[in-house]
Design a binder for this molecule. Structure first.
Ligand code: PXG
Length: 285
């Protein structure tokens, strides 16, 4: 069966799902997006994702021409049309078709795209044995340039960081902020365990407020694991007892080596395993 893609209220076959080359999302990266997961046919934390999407859109003064309820219905209808139970959903809102100049006012109508597809997770081996990551020279966006809280279509600096990581044969790459503090990875948030406590950089350190990150903070607190937002350096990461990454696509992935430094015993730690178990229970509940 050909996958169907939603564009502005209509479902198109994947090969016919197209937007204009004059779309400012294509010309300038002018737009916002979301990446969500569905488990057993229902979208995990859709409300939080839509809230973040609307928030991102507002921060770039892009008005989404539908309600959150309509969007939620459209996402569910697209999943159902494709008979996807366990999948990945990419929501893209671009500024829309305009002229060759930057002026967003020349783009009268945003384009709304919903892609639902099947997801390839990292190989099982990474979940069992942990990942090795490196730190990129490319930093996360300066909040005064492009606020990292905005999930914008401009992912070029994260892509540059990813290229650096791939050159070191690492599937994920750590990024610092403009102050040299640890921020997050190219598509995942980071947590460390120190003295039995879970720490993750605050949003003010220049990170995307991950939905998975939020879920993990709730799960930890509910399980009696102390969790705190805290600014951190690379040395804090190198000397952590455990490190793991969180993201909608990756879920919870243990990290066992950062820039060549072994983390803890070099195997996924107990708190990481506990959080991963709790997350597995939560996503299907
Ligand atoms: N930080 C950044 C910069 C992200 O792009 C996350 C953290 C995790 O957020 P959630 O809400 O998913 O827990 C993301 C996630 C991918 C992929 O293929 C991931 C993201 C965007 C594009 C692709 O893994 N965003």
């Amino acid at each position: 069966m050909t996958l169907k893609v939603y564009i502005n209220g209509t479902l198109y076959n994947k090969e016919d799902a197209k937007v204009s080359v004059y779309d400012h999302g294509f010309l300038y990266g002018d737009g916002v997006f979301e990446g969500m997961r569905s488990y057993a046919g229902s979208v995990f934390r859709m409300k939080e994702h839509l809230d973040r999407l609307w928030d991102s859109a507002e921060r770039i003064q892009l008005e989404i021409p539908m309600t959150k309820e309509e969007m939620s219905d459209a996402v569910n209808a697209t999943l159902a049309a494709n008979e996807i139970e366990d999948g990945y959903i990419r929501l893209v809102i671009s500024r829309g078709e305009g002229t060759l100049g930057l002026d967003p006012n020349k783009c009268p109508t945003p384009n709304i795209v919903i892609i639902t597809d099947f997801i390839t997770l990292y190989p099982e081996e990474f979940y069992q044995n942990g990942l090795e990551i490196v730190t990129a020279k490319t930093i996360r966006n300066h909040p005064g340039a492009l606020d990292p809280r905005i999930k914008s279509l401009n992912y070029l600096n994260n892509i540059l960081a990813k290229i650096e990581g791939l050159a070191a044969v690492c599937v994920e790459t750590l990024m610092l902020n403009h102050q040299g503090e640890v921020a997050e990875c190219t598509g995942d948030n980071i947590f460390i365990v120190r003295d039995g406590k879970l720490l993750t950089p605050p949003v003010e350190a220049g990170v995307l407020e991950g939905i998975t990150r939020g879920a993990v903070m709730e799960l930890a607190a509910g399980d009696g694991i102390q969790v705190m937002e805290s600014r951190m350096t690379l040395d804090d990461v190198y000397s952590a007892a455990e490190v793991f990454l969180t993201g909608s696509a990756a879920e919870i992935v243990p990290v066992i080596k950062v820039d060549g430094n072994q983390i803890g015993d070099g195997i996924p730690g107990l708190i990481t395993r506990r959080i991963a178990d709790l997350y597995t229970q939560l996503r299907v509940s």
